[in-house]
Design a protein around this ligand. Structure first.
Ligand SMILES: C[S@@+](CC[C@H](N)C(=O)[O-])C[C@H]1O[C@@H](n2cnc3c(N)ncnc32)[C@H](O)[C@@H]1O
Length: 209
């Protein structure tokens, strides 16, 4: 009963965030226009959600439940849409999530949102550069979600790989972006890993063979 109410609350907060994220289109034009006069920086995207889709979120929740994932790590919290879907899964598996966000204002807003959805007890938000905030991570990882800036996918994967086990799954979002190709090329050359595309290649799932 209580878990159902929790799920309802989380789903309603997710819907509110998706509604608010409709502003991303115009904010993106504004952000990208700054790139005409200087190289773009993460701060330029501080007001954008850049979130995964509803379909992706719902599938992620089911993936967690189906595989009984408990230890979940996410790179790229933004305002917390994907993290809330992870929490819906973790609620069922008695799991927990460590998520990390570079931009302080985004992380603070996500923390407030997790409290509002009453899932904050499941989520540890680490504020700062993932290469630093996850540097001392030692817990085995069941599910790693990569959804931050793409140039860090490879170094972060390598840094966290000692915490992978035979059933670890790495969820790679925006796999169809040019910036993600080098990462996927390197991983696909490693015979230890199996890569599986989803949603016409927007996402890749990496597992151990
Ligand atoms: C695509 S958005 C994440 C969207 C989120 N996963 C969702 O679906 O709601 C990428 C986020 O990664 C963050 N980010 C970029 N570089 C980072 C870094 N080095 N460490 C932590 N977060 C970073 C960005 O600030 C941005 O908010």
């Amino acid at each position: 009963m209580e878990m159902n109410m929790n799920k309802e609350k989380t789903n309603s907060v997710i819907n509110e965030l998706f509604l608010d994220s409709r502003g991303d289109f115009f904010k993106m034009i504004k952000a990208v226009s700054k790139g005409v006069i200087r190289p773009l920086q993460p701060e330029d995207f501080k007001d954008l959600y850049l979130s995964i889709s509803k379909e992706q979120g719902e599938d992620l929740t089911q993936l967690i439940i189906k595989n009984n994932y408990k230890n979940i790590v996410e790179f790229g919290t933004s305002f917390g849409i994907s993290t809330l879907y992870l929490a819906l899964g973790a609620m069922e598996t008695d799991g927990s999530i460590i998520t990390t966000e570079l931009i302080e204002s985004k992380a603070q807003k996500a923390i407030t949102t997790f409290k509002k959805a009453e899932v904050d007890h499941l989520i540890n938000v680490k504020i700062g550069d993932a290469m630093k905030t996850l540097k001392d991570h030692t817990t085995p990882i069941d599910l790693l979600v990569l959804d931050g800036w793409k140039d860090l996918y490879l170094p972060l994967f390598r840094m966290l790989a000692p915490n992978f086990h035979k059933d670890t799954l790495v969820y790679v979002d925006n796999a169809d972006m040019k910036e993600t190709q080098h990462f996927l090329d390197v991983i696909s050359q490693n015979p230890t890993y199996h890569l599986q595309p989803m949603y016409n290649g927007k996402v890749y799932l990496i597992s151990s063979l």
